[in-house]
Every structure is written in C-alpha cells, then in structure tokens.
Ligand binder design. Structure first.
Ligand code: FHN
Length: 445
C-alpha cells in the first residue's frame, strides 16, 4: 500500500500527510547473538576504517581537503566521473597483506566502504553494472577477497554503506550536496532508490557469509526524507540477526541501531560542528578518526597525526567506553600508504605492551580529564596519565574505600596513591613518567 501511495505522492509530501518519520525499527528486540556481538565489539576496542573507491585514482586532485568527495567538490559530471572505473586496476591489492597488517596493528575488525557517495559498488553487485567487477579492468571483487582473508585470520568485516548517492537517477529530490553535478537526473522515484539500496544491502548480507555489521552514512543529506529505515533495518536483522547496525546521522540512535558513532570527535565533544548529540547509554559507542586530514587517498595531504596523538585519542575514547576506528585511504594500486603502515605498526607495538589496559575494558569511573582517562576491567581500574605536569593529581570518583593496591602497569612497583574522601590523589616521580601513557593499575576488593 505504501508503495502505491508513494508512486502517487512524492516522498516529501508523504512525510507531511502520513506523519511518516524516522521511525526506524520500532519495537526492535536485539537477538542474543546481536547482544553477544555488542559485547565482542566493546571488547575489541580498535578497528581499521578503509575508504577505498575509484576516487582514489584522483588522489584528491591536488587539493589538500578532497578525496572521496572529489566528484562533488569539483562538480565532475556523472558522464565524466564514470570514466574513472576504466582506470581502476589495483593489481597490487593483497588482502592477506592487508589483514596481516591489521593483526599486527592490534586491530580486531575492518570497516570498508562497500559504496560511497559516488554510488560505485566496490563489490560484485547484480543490480548495477557500476561495480568493481563489471566496470573496471581489474574485474575482481575486492570485498569478497578481503572477506575471505578476514575469515582466515579471524578479523571481523563491517561494511560502510552510503545512503547518499550522487549518481543514481532515483536519488531524487536531491539533498544538500551534489547540487553542482550538472547531469544528475531531474526527476526520480526515491522509493525505487530505497528498493535498490535495500537490494544492494541484501547482496552484501548474503554473498559474503557472516559480517560484523553495516555502517551507514549519508542520511544527513536528506534529513527529512522517508528513508524507510524500519524496512532496511528489519531486512538486515532478518538476514543476519547478529549484524550490528550503526548510522552516522549525528543523532541519538534510532530503534534498530546497535551502536552509535562519533566522527572525528570524542563522545560529547563537538569540534566538527555536527556532533551535537548526547551519548547513548544503551548501545556501544565508536569514534572514527583520520590519520591525516582525508578519508580517501589524498596524494598531497601530509598532515599526519603523531602516533602519540592517535594513541591518546584511542585511550580517551576507551575512557568513554568507545571503540577507536582509525582510517586509511588505500592507494589506487591497492597498497596501503606506507606512512599509514608505519603509524599502524607503532600503535600496534604500543598495544602489544599495554593492550591489557585497553582491550576488554569499559569506560572507567572517571570520565576523561585533561590529565588522561580511566578504563575498567573486572576489579581493575587502569589510570592512564597522558599529560602529567609534575604535580599531584586529584582524581574524584574512584571508589577508594574498595582500594586494595595501586601499582605501575610496567613493573608492578607500588604507586604513590592516597585515599581521599571522594577518590584518590596520585603523584608520579619523574623517572616513572612514560612518554605516551603512564598507566597505574588500581586493584579493588
Ligand atoms: O561524507 C562522509 C565522508 O566522506 C566520510 O565517509 C566520513 C566518515 O565518517 N563520513 C561522511 C561525513 O560525515
């Protein structure tokens, strides 16, 4: 019935007349498998975000701030952009090497772009030829190849999927972005587009075995449209009840969503201008971040964050109970940028020593502060001092009445921790201060 009406009235009017809103999957009760996966997800703490598509050929077009958005930012007509797949031939793509790198980096999952806003499918889609198998000289399903390797090496694979699509003729009315792309269709049936998207999602959920989940992005392009989330989310959970759904809509999670993400901001922070929501206490959290300033491959963007800065962000995210999803934009030849590999290996080294204070933890009793953060696991509280200024730190909110001992993570030697009425004070001698993170382990009774 809804489809019949939808063909008579445009979607925007339906929203007004029928009061259809973003009702998502009302009444959704996550399966036990899904709940278990949420626990797994929270234990995992650290994953690799991969923005890879035909846009990588352009390398940002010499503009520091552009990568996967090049079609939009340079107003490339669809007809011209469609030439890109013809040049996409990542012959050096080696999924075994990628996944081994991820393992060495200490990461537990990968979230890769199955389709970005340009509409190009990086997998073998049957409902559109605009995909890596049919439209590129490479002709192979990189997503399938990666999934096979992930299964071998016990890494979970999630799919980023863009709801926004600058190319599809039925993505109409257009949203906030892509207005300068001259040859976009000037009419279309948004419901047909949603049907198409749901079919692509079904492919992703049935062609590759069990996946970690779907990471949606792009609803913000048409915030008032009827995205039929109820149907999409139910479809995903029907195919794979354990799959975790998250959406980067910058709002509190809708029913049917299994985790909440924050883009380039710690939960509760808003340097980007769009992270102005609260923090869900119902579902796991994740924060994503770039290594330089770009998601996709940008050939001139050398603005790399230091290993220390990235570890600090990961620790602070863990202090909020959030995962850290660190991004790389692979090159068009299929290799990961060497600078990114170096950074990932350095973080992996650090995790090899200090991983116990991150993996399997939850956000500690004290939310991240200027000096650092706390994480907790069983009867242990890890105090991560990231910025020690040489003075005694007062930490309120630690259940000091249960404190049995306080020791340095590194050598187990006793730490100078004193109980206060509502917490502890901590003094660290200079020789104990670590360059990145001085960790003190509190054992509670
Ligand atoms: O527009 C996208 C962007 O290209 C990238 O995918 C990031 C990742 O979080 N999300 C969108 C912007 O909010």
């Amino acid at each position: 019935m809804r489809y019949l009406i939808a063909r008579i009235f445009p979607a925007s009017l339906l929203v007004i007349f029928l009061g259809i809103h973003l009702n998502a999957q009302e009444g959704y009760v996550p399966s036990q498998e899904n709940l278990d996966n949420r626990e797994w997800f929270q234990d995992a703490k650290y994953g690799l975000f991969v923005h890879w598509g035909v846009y990588s050929i352009m390398g940002g077009g010499g503009d520091q701030g552009i990568a996967e958005w090049i079609m939009e930012r340079k107003n490339i007509p669809i007809m011209q952009y469609e030439k890109l797949p013809g040049f996409f031939n990542p012959t050096q793509f080696d999924p075994a090497e990628w996944v081994s790198m991820v393992k060495k980096a200490g990461m537990k999952y990968i979230t890769i772009t199955s389709k970005h806003h340009d509409g190009f499918a990086m997998y073998d889609s049957k409902v559109s030829d605009y995909n890596i198998v049919d439209a590129t000289p490479y002709g192979k399903d990189v997503i399938g190849m990666l999934k096979e390797e992930c299964d071998k090496q016990d890494i979970k694979l999630f799919f980023y999927h863009s709801q926004l699509d600058w190319r599809h003729p039925d993505y109409f009315p257009h949203g906030r972005t892509g207005k300068g792309i001259k040859d976009r269709s000037q009419s279309g049936d948004f419901n047909a587009y949603i049907d198409y998207m749901n079919t692509q999602l079904s492919e992703l959920l049935t062609q590759y075995g069990e996946i970690g989940g779907i990471w949606f992005d792009g609803m913000w392009d048409k915030p008032d449209a009827d995205w039929r989330l109820d149907e999409t989310y139910a479809l995903i959970h029907r195919h794979q009840p354990g799959a975790l759904i998250g959406s980067n809509h910058h709002k509190m999670p809708f029913p049917g969503e299994d985790f909440m993400m924050f883009e380039r901001d710690l939960p509760g922070e808003n340097s980007m201008g769009f992270n102005n929501t609260g923090i869900s206490e119902e579902v796991p959290l994740e924060m994503c971040e770039t290594m330089n300033g770009s998601w996709g491959f940008n050939i001139i963007d050398q603005n790399y964050k230091s290993v220390e800065k990235l570890i600090h962000t990961m620790v602070r995210a863990a202090g909020y109970g959030a995962n850290f999803l660190l991004n790389t934009g692979p090159m068009p030849n299929g290799r990961i940028q060497p600078e990114n590999v170096d950074t990932l290996m350095a973080i992996g080294n650090w995790l090899e020593t200090y991983g116990d204070a991150i993996y399997g933890t939850r956000g500690g009793p004290v939310k991240p502060q200027e000096w650092g953060a706390t994480t907790v696991k069983d009867n242990l509280i890890y105090i991560h001092v990231l910025d020690y200024r040489g003075r005694t730190i007062e930490i309120k909110g630690i259940p000091s009445e249960r404190l049995r001992s306080a020791a340095y993570f590194d050598d187990g030697s006793r730490a100078d921790v004193k109980r206060t009425e509502d917490g502890i004070t901590l003094t660290i001698p200079r020789k104990k201060v670590k360059a990145i993170d001085t960790i003190i382990v509190l054992t509670l009774m």
